[in-house]
Each structure stands twice: as C-alpha cells, then as structure tokens.
Design a protein around this ligand. Structure first.
Ligand code: UD1
Length: 416
C-alpha cells in the first residue's frame, strides 16, 4: 500500500489547474446506460472511483476505451443487469446504475451498499422514489432486485436533500411515461451537470439547478458527449493547501461560482480572494481570524471540505467551530489530526477548534477521501515529517495530488 511522506513547513506558491469533478463523472457515466450508442466523455480525472464505474459499465456490457482524460463508451445491449458486491463494496456510487437499468431494461440487481466510514448512509430515498415511479423492489441476499414494466411519472418529494437519490430518480424518470416532478431535489452543480447531459441525450427537464425538477419522460434517448465540470472539492483543497502555509495560489480551470460560501469563509478568516470567470487567486497577507462553519446541502458549505478547513482553522489563533449536519461520522478524521497536534473538542456534531496549535509531523492514517485530504493539508504546515498511510482513499478522489503539490513547492513523496 502506498504512503505519502511529507516534510512540513512548506511555502505553497504558484498556479495549478484542477481536474474534472469525480462526483459529476460518476452519474454521467451511469447515465450512458440509458441509451444505446457511442459516447465521449472528456476532462475525466484518472481516479479509482471513475475506473470502478467504468468496470461496472463494462460488466453490464458497455465497451470502454480510455484515453488521456477521455473515456469513449459504446453501449449496445446489456449482457447483464447487475452491479456485483465486489464492485459496490469499494464505491457506494455504484448505486447510480440502479435508476438507469430499471428504467431502460426493466430489471436491475445491485448489491446493497451498506454503511461506510462516514456512518450510516441509507438509500431509502432512492428506493422510495423508484417504488413511487412503479418499480417493484425486493431486498434479498444483500442485493436490491428492481423490476418494472415502463416506469410511470409521478410526484416525488424528498424528505431530505440527497445528491445520490436526486441523481438516481432523475435518471429513472427521463424514460418514464408522463411527467415526474421532483421536489426538494439536491441543487449541487454535479446534479445540474447530469441534468444538462441528459437533456443533450434528448431528455426534457425543466428547473435545472433548482429544488424542483420537472421531467417529461421520453420513450427513447440517444447518446451524447460531455465534458466534466471542474472539481470544486479539489479546488477548495488546493486553496486550503496554500492558505495553511500562508502562501499564495492561483487555481485555474475551476468555477468560482461553485465555491461561493467557501470563498466567503476564507475571506472571513482573513485571506484575500480574487476571481476571474475560471480562476481563483488566494493571498495570505494580513491578520487571521477564527470562524464558524455549518455544513449544508449546496449552496451551503460542503461537508466534503470541512475536514480540510479544520486543518487550516487549527493554525489560526482563537476558537473556531464546525457544525456538521450531513454525515453522522464525518468527524472520524479528528483523532488523526489530533495526533499531529490539533486541539479539537467534539461535542456530538459540533467540533470546537482551539486554534493556534503548533502542529508536528507524525505517522497518521487516512480513513476516507476527505479525511486524507485534511491530513495532507495539515502535514504541509506541520513541523517535521508526516507519514500518511492508506492513501488509496485519496486516490479515489484526487488525481496526482502529490505532483500538483510538488509543483507548488511541497516536499511530498509517494512511497510503496
Ligand atoms: C454525495 C457525494 C459526497 C458528498 C455528499 C453530500 C457523490 C458520489 N458523493 O454523496 O461526496 O459528501 O453527496 O454532499 O456525489 N440520505 C438518506 N437516505 C438516502 C440518501 C441519503 O437519509 O436514501 C442522507 C444521508 O445519510 C446524508 C444526506 O442524506 O445524511 C445526504 O446524503 P447524499 O446527498 O445522498 O450523499 P451521497 O449522494 O451519498
């Protein structure tokens, strides 16, 4: 298993570009199951999760060709309708094939994803939505068996905003008979990107980017191409890497509009931010201040960036706080950050960060993608050597993170 060895006290400075978004790529790849034909998806990051989704499509019967940042997909018939346990257990987003398979093929067999490092992550909203569209769903032997004749459009109100459930139900409803209205839909940019891709495939979707999506089902869609939107979580992680070392950075090929509250919080903490249409620059001059963060569905503060913010806030004098409202066990990373010297007090879902800690390098372990990212951010600031193990978690969501950070002045090495 690979590890990162980081020598701290870095001065992160320079210009870097971001990848296409993993969380946009996963549902878009699954959506190719909705129509036969040839697809070309570009700006694709080279990540384990993307490769897992490609394997899943290949297992179902799609031909896949990888190029440099590009995937060509040919979907003809489906040789089976299954997402097996071996693939689903490594990536929850495998559940994205459920909606497309049941909508187009009338049949799907998908391994039940179960829990994960972030605590209970139910899929009740996915299943309730599909049942409401007319699918018959049974859970047995650890699998979800879904069957349907043609799905029927209906009204679906999500009790909770869910990115995954919105994507799955959206993909199912584009082939349903009649109109589907999804209320309290997730508004994440990755959902809007999926909806726009579906429209290019011939779907009729109104309200893209809002909480109410109105879909007029079509009998058939056709293939289309897509270029993935920039990864807003990688953008944030790179900005925080510079911020923690009090450096300066320009992140290019990103979309500042997708990071509104994140940039506001960096400014509130005392960093200077300037943006163009597709770049963000951060400068660290001036005094720093503790801040309060509450995670929320988009456009609220993203839960996927709170661990990296915690690393930064540990270095700013005063009490900061993070209230986590999305995932019960998101704070699992804090014990490792404490090994680096962060002064953190967890009270249920609120973390108090006693800032101004002197972080020092130590052996630590990544427990999920964003936990790993928070350790990388902290290690850039810490004095001495930090050894981060289990970086296979980071490889699920960050493409060549070490190369990017090296170019920005970090002393970070991947070792076997
Ligand atoms: C997606 C992202 C993940 C991000 C999360 C929240 C992908 C591949 N992953 O995960 O990086 O951290 O959004 O922004 O895009 N819930 C239910 N029932 C359900 C589904 C979800 O109760 O059927 C709950 C979850 O437990 C959680 C909340 O809804 O409390 C939001 O989860 P959701 O938006 O579905 O997260 P994911 O789609 O799994």
């Amino acid at each position: 298993m690979d590890k990162y060895i980081v020598k701290g006290k870095a001065n992160i400075k320079g210009t870097v570009s971001v990848n296409g978004a993993k969380n946009a790529g996963l549902p878009i790849l699954a959506a190719t199951l909705l129509a036969e034909g040839k697809y070309e998806i570009t700006n694709v990051p080279n990540l384990t999760d993307i490769r897992t989704m490609a394997k899943l499509l290949n297992n179902i019967g799609a031909e896949i060709e990888w190029g440099d940042g590009k995937i060509k997909i040919k979907t003809n018939g489906c040789k089976n309708h299954e997402a097996p346990y071996e693939l689903v257990k490594t990536m929850r987003a495998s559940i994205y094939v459920l909606g497309p398979l049941v909508a187009r093929k009338g049949e799907a067999r998908v391994s039940f994803p179960g829990g994960c490092a972030l605590g209970a992550r139910p899929i009740d909203l996915h299943l309730k939505g599909l049942r409401k569209l007319g699918a018959n769903i049974e859970l047995k032997h650890g699998y979800i068996y879904a069957t349907a004749n043609r799905l029927k459009g209906t009204g679906i109100y999500f009790e909770k905003k869910s990115v995954g459930a919105t994507a799955n139900i959206l993909m199912a409803s584009v082939l349903a008979e009649g109109e589907t209205k999804i209320q309290n839909a997730a508004c994440e940019p990755e959902i809007a990107a999926l909806a726009e891709f579906l429209v290019r495939m011939g779907a009729d979707i109104k309200g893209i980017g809002t909480e109410t999506l109105i879909i007029k089902g079509k009998e058939k869609l056709h293939s289309a191409d897509a270029s993935l939107i920039p990864d807003r979580i990688e953008t944030g992680t790179l900005l925080l890497s510079a911020a923690i070392t009090r450096g300066s950075i320009t992140v290019e090929d990103c979309n500042p509009d997708h990071l509104g509250i994140v940039l506001d919080k960096l400014e509130e903490a005392g960093f200077q931010i300037s943006t163009t249409e597709n770049s963000i620059s951060l400068n660290s001059k001036g005094p720093k201040h503790p801040i309060e963060i509450t995670t929320n569905p988009y456009p609220g503060f993203p839960t996927d960036l709170q661990p990296q913010f915690c690393s930064l806030l540990s270095t700013i004098e005063g009490d900061s706080s993070i209230l986590e409202t999305i995932f019960s066990d998101r704070f699992i990373y804090t014990t490792e950050l404490q090994r680096l010297g962060a002064n953190l007090k967890l009270n249920e879902n609120e973390l108090i960060i006693k800032g101004g800690a002197k972080l020092s390098g130590a052996p630590v372990m990544a427990s999920d993608i964003r936990a790993g990212a928070s350790l990388v951010v902290a290690s850039l600031y810490a004095e001495g050597k930090t050894e981060i193990s289990r970086i296979y978690h980071l490889d699920r969501g960050h493409d060549k993170l070490e190369e990017k950070l090296q170019k920005l002045g970090a002393d970070i090495k991947r070792v076997k």
